[in-house]
Design a protein around this ligand. Structure first.
Ligand SMILES: C[S@@+](CC[C@H](N)C(=O)[O-])C[C@H]1O[C@@H](n2cnc3c(N)ncnc32)[C@H](O)[C@@H]1O
Length: 145
């Protein structure tokens, strides 16, 4: 292993970065995404570590994630929130999630925290806002870009 900017890089035949605080489930998802079409869309693990820190700071329990792809940020969110936390995860397509993310969510034991809605985000957000109890209660990850 050699140290580069706080990141450990394997010097073996698999020359992929290693992030010491990344859960093994997140690493598995990241590795499985690496060869998937559109892999560059996936959340970078160092950004993921910042997101984990923010989730802890605001003590988030109800989350809306807009833009799931294979589910890296969804998994880190599910791992970070309490056992009774809930995530409304929205994406126009759930194919990448079903292909890569879902089996790993199940293995990590966090699937029960996730309500996946296959839809463009705006109508789902409008629907959530129809219920006055939802106003101001969600922490939102807009992840379209
Ligand atoms: C940058 S990727 C999300 C990356 C993901 N959060 C991760 O950690 O790997 C963007 C995702 O947003 C989805 N998307 C694009 N436009 C959308 C919309 N209007 N409503 C819901 N999802 C949308 C795309 O299908 C794509 O999966």
């Amino acid at each position: 292993m050699e140290q580069i900017c706080g990141i450990l890089r394997s010097s073996g035949s698999v020359n992929r970065p290693v992030y010491p605080r990344e859960s093994r489930f997140l690493k598995e998802l990241r590795d499985a995404t690496a060869d998937y079409p559109g892999a560059l869309m996936g959340t970078a693990p160092d950004a993921g570590q910042l997101m984990t820190l923010l989730l802890g700071l605001v003590n988030a329990k109800k989350i809306i994630e807009i833009g799931v792809f294979t589910g890296y940020s969804l998994l880190l969110t599910a791992l970070s929130i309490p056992e009774d936390g809930k995530i409304t995860a929205i994406d126009v397509s759930r194919k990448a999630y079903d292909d890569i993310g879902l089996p790993i969510m199940q293995k990590a034991g966090v699937e029960h925290k996730i309500d996946f809605v296959e839809s463009p985000a705006l109508p789902v957000l409008d629907k959530l806002l129809e219920n006055a109890e939802n106003e101001g209660t969600f922490y939102c990850w807009p992840y379209l870009l």
